[in-house]
Design a binder for this molecule. Structure first.
Ligand code: PBG
Length: 324
């Protein structure tokens, strides 16, 4: 039966027409570039497990944000790296903290670039957990909510265009929404890490942010990789609480979750192509096992095809360059 086979291939053989009917668009306009920022000036510290990604002092972060923007990337996501840590993670909600200072500096230099900030305590607590820890080692959800709201408000006050809570505490979106509103930031959207799985793929990030938990793990607040119905429930709950964008993280092992969350919420969906996913491609490419450019573009297209409106990726600058 030659006819069906021919029909399947006819468009593929046409070039321009094939491009016209492409179902999924990958463009820099959908990408978010994460930045790791530390205090100090004129410093760039390579992150060993993430070749091509550095911890940046604020002046370098401003420059890096500008070069991403020039490539057509509309948004950056800021993570603060601090050495001064305490039990309450007070560096997270310090108005003169590293993310707050960096937000002001980046917005001053590049007012049209969208600055999103990661809202969590794990980079600022001495024990590395995402919330305040009780004497028995468990995380105190409700005390943590107050500190997360303070953090989000402090970021908004510094000029953040959107806040992204990544802690996975219960009720955080509602807490952030009501307190942002009460403080005059009703216009600041919440990009909620709704379905954040307890993943091995955060390994390189924890090196970068120096945020590995000192004891235990994050499985009491991050999700079991086996669960997809639960991810949908988390996303629906965040939607009810006022999330403007819901996120699935990591991306590649959870593309089915991206698709379900998109279908069930109808909200804009972000997928976070995390550190370990980046490092895998980088390592394989460095060893000559993969063509980096082709692998990255295929990966990001796949994440978009699954239903992600926004893709947060460390490949953003490379991809934007290749897409030009
Ligand atoms: C903090 C946070 C993590 C990531 C983003 N925000 C790490 C974690 O939960 O341990 C991971 C990002 C990445 O791996 O690229 N809660």
């Amino acid at each position: 039966m030659p006819f069906p086979a021919t029909r399947m291939r006819r468009l593929r053989n046409t070039g321009v027409l094939r491009d016209m009917v492409r179902e999924t668009e990958l463009a820099a306009a959908h990408l978010v570039y994460p930045l790791f920022i530390e205090l100090g000036t004129d410093s760039r510290t390579p992150i060993e497990a993430m070749p091509g990604i550095d911890r940046l002092s604020i002046d370098h972060a401003v420059e890096e944000a500008g070069s991403a923007h020039a490539l057509g990337i509309p948004a950056v996501l800021l993570f603060g790296i601090v050495s001064d840590k305490d039990l309450q993670g007070s560096g997270a909600y310090d108005d003169e903290g590293v993310v707050q200072l960096a937000t002001r500096a980046i917005k001053d230099a590049h007012p049209d670039l969208v600055v999103m900030t990661d809202v969590c305590l794990c980079g600022y607590t001495s024990h590395g957990h995402c919330g305040v820890v009780r004497p028995d080692g468990s995380v105190d959800n409700d005390v943590t909510l107050e500190l997360l709201a303070k953090t989000a408000i402090s970021h908004a006050r510094a000029g953040a265009d959107a806040v992204a809570p990544s802690d996975m505490m219960d009720g955080r979106v509602a807490a952030l929404r009501s307190q942002l509103d009460a403080e005059g930031h009703a216009g600041t959207p919440i990009v909620a890490y709704s379905a954040k799985f307890a993943s091995a793929f955060y390994g390189p990030f924890r090196e970068a942010a120096d945020s590995a938990p000192a004891f235990g793990d994050r499985r009491t607040y991050q999700m079991d990789p086996a669960n997809s119905d639960e991810a949908v429930r988390e996303a629906l709950l965040d939607m009810e609480e006022g999330a403007d964008v819901v996120m699935v993280k990591p991306a590649l092992p959870y593309l089915d979750v991206v698709q379900r969350v998109k279908e069930r919420t109808g909200l804009p969906v972000a997928a976070y192509n995390v550190s370990g996913e980046y490092s895998m491609i980088k390592a394989a490419a460095a060893a000559g096992y993969l063509d980096e450019r082709a692998a990255v573009l295929e990966t990001l297209t796949g994440i978009r095809r699954a239903g992600a409106d926004i893709v947060i990726t460390y490949h953003a600058k490379d991809a934007a360059g290749w897409l030009q």
